[in-house]
Design a protein around this ligand. Structure first.
Ligand SMILES: *Cc1c(COP(=O)(O)O)cnc(C)c1O
Length: 473
């Protein structure tokens, strides 16, 4: 160690001295002690580490109290920011699992906030004045909308699949096509969930082709269930064959074996009516005679995270009694949001008008163009010669494992900055407050306006103003 380093190490202020110094400033007196202390230790450790590593770029001024305090303040600011915070989704992916999947409709948010702040009849039967069922808030609605005999909701669809398999097929066999042994990301894989449920997987057919006779040949003493799984995030095209639910139900009936469908996303809306590709609806699956159908609350349905189960009364009764149900229990705030969302589906036009996920999927082209114009104009108005702003066409995706092949024509604002790579812009915007998440295409940073809310535009403009100021040469 050279003299200079030794000298700087000795001059580094101690934790207590820095804390005393920090408390002289009003803005830091407000900060919880633990936060200030941790920030102080971290700042000092970092400096000490650099000195010991032989970093010769350290200016003697950097070990002064005032300079260290600046570092502490930066750390404090970060620590005081909520970890979970609003983020601008400029990716155009409507059901973006990493960005929180579906946005709740206003009705759901209002109901959730009322139920969260008041006592409620969550598990109290008001008519009879005794204990009631938590699920009665949504079961009738689910039956009304889907035509099913009974319904239940759990924490998420992974939980719904798990509890259904555990209830119906533990220590017995479940027949599934090899083309449907999906992994949907986030470590949900049908074979793994199957083994956790205690059911044994009996695969039939091949990756691209499975026939009814494959299922029929696999039926035996041990068979507990025929399972159909929505392929969700991929598609097999070309020389393919899958057995549809109706045929599977007929086969099941003949052999007295129940049939389950994991619809994955699940929707109540026939998208063909709106010029979009067909996605099997929950109503169709129920009408096909499936004993049980499971789907997510926060994918195409556009509600809160939940796993919805509908089907035959006897099967649902068994699932409700399963002790695992208690472990997968849905929370009252989720239930409140789900009930409000489901109510909108009684009238499809209401669902389309109020549920953000559906609105974003179906937003008309002229509105997208107008939104892109507004965003583009804001950025142009910054009036910085280094900034190039273009409006362009892009394709949005639905995401969430829904309609994986679908590309929705959309509009974007593409930005380039002189002397800054698209990657650099992406990083800076991701680090702004609120964070802005876009994507890079053809070496430009692009923001797809499909998933932007109207009040996202001002913060995007602010973020660019900041970047341009900070990055001025
Ligand atoms: C998304 C999905 C699930 C899991 O649903 P979560 O609500 O995310 O738990 C299960 N099965 C399929 C086919 C899916 O697409």
């Amino acid at each position: 160690m050279d003299d200079q380093t030794r000298n700087l190490l000795q001059r580094l202020p101690g934790v207590d001295r820095l804390l005393d110094y920090a408390r002289q400033f009003d803005r830091l007196r407000q900060v919880p002690h633990s936060v200030l202390r941790n920030a102080t230790r971290t700042a000092l450790d970092a400096l000490r580490h650099r000195l010991l590593e032989g970093d010769t770029d350290i200016d003697p001024g950097e070990v002064e109290e005032a300079a260290v305090l600046q570092r502490i303040e930066t750390l404090v600011t970060t620590a005081m920011q909520p970890n979970l915070r609003p983020t601008v989704n400029a990716t155009g992916v409507v059901i973006h699992t990493n960005l929180g999947r579906s946005l709740l409709c206003r009705e759901a948010i209002e109901n959730l906030s009322v139920i969260a702040s008041r006592y409620s009849n969550l598990e109290f039967n008001l008519a009879e004045g005794r204990r009631g069922s938590r699920y009665s808030a949504v079961e009738d609605l689910l039956c009304e909308i889907t035509g099913a005999e009974a319904g239940l909701v759990v924490n998420n669809n992974a939980g719904a699949v798990l509890i259904a398999l555990e209830t119906m097929a533990k220590e017995r066999e479940v027949i599934v096509s090899r083309g449907e042994l999906v992994e949907i990301g986030g470590s949900f894989r049908i074979p793994d969930v199957m083994s956790k449920s205690g059911a044994r997987l009996h695969e039939v057919g091949t990756t691209n082709r499975t026939h009814l006779k494959d299922y029929a040949a696999a039926l035996g003493e041990q068979t507990a269930l025929l399972l159909k799984v929505h392929q969700s995030n991929f598609a097999i095209t070309g020389f393919t064959k899958a057995v549809d639910l109706k045929e599977l139900v007929e086969l099941g009936r003949r052999h007295d074996v129940p049939v389950m469908e994991d619809l994955g996303s699940g929707t109540f809306v026939d998208f063909r009516r709106y010029g979009l590709p067909w996605e099997p609806t929950v109503q169709e699956s129920v009408a096909s005679g499936a004993d049980i159908v499971t789907f997510s609350g926060d994918k195409l349905l556009g509600g809160p995270q939940a796993g919805l189960i509908v089907g035959k009364r006897n099967v649902l009764e068994a699932i409700k009694k399963n002790p695992i149900n208690r472990a997968l229990r849905i929370d009252k705030m989720t239930l409140a949001a789900l009930e409000s969302t489901l109510r909108l589906y009684r009238e499809e036009s209401q669902a389309l008008a109020h549920i953000p996920t559906l609105q974003m999927m179906m937003v008309p082209a002229n509105l997208l163009a107008a939104r892109a114009d507004r965003l583009g104009a804001r950025l142009q108005a910054i009036g910085d010669a280094r900034l190039t702003v273009e409006r362009d066409q892009v394709d949005s995706r639905i995401g969430g494992g829904s309609l994986p092949l679908l590309r929705l024509p959309s509009q974007c604002v593409a930005v380039t900055l002189q002397d800054r790579s698209a990657q650099r812009i992406e990083t800076l915007l991701r680090g702004s407050d609120p964070p802005i998440i876009g994507r890079i295409e053809k070496d430009r940073f692009i923001m797809d306006v499909r998933t932007l809310q109207e009040d996202d535009l001002p913060p995007i403009e602010t973020a660019f103003r900041r970047i341009l100021k900070k990055e001025s040469p």
